[in-house]
Design a protein around this ligand. Structure first.
Ligand code: SF4
Ligand code: SF4
Length: 437
């Protein structure tokens, strides 16, 4: 019989390997960003749990080496597992990292003349089991044991990678995203753009209701919005849905549009960006498929709204979202007098609106997003709505009340069943790569 776990011999061998791994390792856990989620700490406790015997000065190696715009390397903490090398070569398809020297002098290096600057650099930090690779964005910002995690979906593009949103409940601030395993979408990975997209939760936000750029009370903003909508003919009132927002927010606005008798429905979102064959989609919106599905395919592109505004066919616009697919503000929006916007962020819609209602971001509300594979994925709320913001569907409900209209739903769960889009669960066209070993 072979006893690999409980025999004294096996335990002694594991302890010896652990001691070797830590022979030259600095004991700087109190200032190391990996502390609290370091496998080396866990293994030390499991297999060694005693002081090392070597009394000599450990070998010193380069520290604080800037590998590129996002990653800093500490060779003394590195255990030479080569995961970062393989992630760069096999996931990002850019073999920019390698190992040099032997034994005690081993270290990870960037190819001469290069930086670690591909689109998946943060995945090297993510797979690093120790604190050797740290992200310039997250290092020294938070201790991980204070953070809590919500199960979310990345809203950085139409791929809809499964993620964790790590936030500090004490100050209701989001500190980072991490990939969440999902074999059908992103396997174990996220791109840098998506990983850093959490920053937008706290940047450039619309945080108070306003009329013509002046902050006002919620009641005053709702009253003004209702006045604008009431004085417009329903056939000249249009609804603008947003591929940045969840099915729930879009369904709520559609229902209000129907109750108003508004005939025209359009949609917009962030402009296109760069995609690749690994994960990233050129469509930088998380819910284009969802918007088209909940509107029964009736939502028309933004260019058609601009034409209708030019021709005077639309004079009043009730808009969800912050950005528009043209990028900058089109002249037609500058001329729009009757624009009511439900926006999370400053942008072309909030800047031109007669009334702005501050919408909560994706991190402050539960929501469903349908990705490019037509997979409907739920994203849980992480933090409470910032300042005076409310989830957009709650503003819609309040606006309906101000207009004297009643909608068919009162709660999020009722809205969710109204806007339910069955997941097509289609096979993934190009599966996200794994990494060997
Ligand atoms: S993943 Fe971390 S520990 Fe492993 S070789 Fe790379 S830097 Fe070193
Ligand atoms: S590929 Fe898209 S969904 Fe995935 S992490 Fe990047 S931005 Fe987010």
């Amino acid at each position: 019989m072979v006893r690999s776990q409980t025999s004294e011999h096996a335990q002694r061998a594991r302890s010896a390997v652990q001691e070797l791994l830590l022979l030259n390792h600095p004991v700087d856990c109190p200032i190391c960003d990996q502390a609290g989620e370091c496998r080396l700490q866990d293994y030390w406790l499991e297999h060694q749990a005693k002081k090392k015997r070597m009394a000599d000065e450990p070998i010193h190696k380069p520290k604080g080496v800037v590998f590129g715009p996002t990653i800093v390397y500490d060779a003394e903490r590195c255990i030479m597992c080569t995961r970062c090398i393989r992630v760069s070569a096999e996931v990002a398809q850019d073999p920019v990292l390698s190992m040099r020297e032997r034994g005690n002098l081993n270290e990870i290096v960037v190819a001469p003349g290069r930086q670690l600057d591909h689109a998946y650099t943060l995945m090297t930090e993510y797979v690093c089991p120790v604190g050797a690779l740290t992200s310039s964005d997250f290092r020294f910002k938070a201790r991980v044991w204070f953070l809590r995690s919500a199960r979310t979906t990345c809203v950085g593009c139409a791929t809809g990678c499964s993620s964790y949103t790590d936030f500090d409940p004490r100050n209701q601030k989001v500190y980072r995203y991490r990939p969440r395993e999902n074999a059908a979408v992103n396997k174990y990975w996220m791109c840098d753009e998506g990983m850093l997209d959490y920053q937008r939760i706290h940047e450039e936000r619309v945080l108070a209701p306003r009329i013509k750029r002046e902050p006002v009370s919620a009641a005053a903003a709702l009253e003004k919005a209702a006045e604008i909508i009431k004085q417009s003919a329903p056939q000249k009132t249009a609804i603008l849905l947003s591929a940045e927002h969840s099915n729930e927010d879009n369904t709520a606005l559609l229902e209000l549009g129907k109750a108003l008798g508004a005939l025209s429905v359009f949609y917009t979102g962030k402009p296109e960006g760069q995609g690749d064959d690994i994960l990233r989609s050129a469509d930088k919106n998380p819910n284009t498929a969802g918007v088209l599905a909940v509107s029964g395919g009736k939502a028309k592109p933004f260019a058609e709204l601009l034409a209708a505004l030019r021709d005077g066919k639309v004079t009043t616009l009730l808009a969800l979202g912050s950005q528009v697919s043209t990028g900058s503000t089109p002249p037609e929006l500058k001329d729009a007098k009757n624009l009511v916007a439900l926006s999370t962020h400053e942008g072309p819609l909030a800047s031109q609106a007669a009334v702005v209602l501050p919408a909560s971001s994706w991190a402050e509300s539960d929501g469903t997003f349908v990705n490019r594979q037509h997979l409907a994925q739920e994203s849980d709320r992480a933090i409470t709505p910032q300042a005076e913001s409310l989830p957009a569907y709650r503003w819609v409900l309040a606006l309906a009340k101000a207009l004297g209209l009643s909608l068919s739903w009162k709660k999020l769960s009722e809205l969710q069943s109204a806007g339910r889009v069955e997941s097509a669960a289609s096979p993934v066209a190009a599966p996200a790569p794994g990494v060997s070993g």
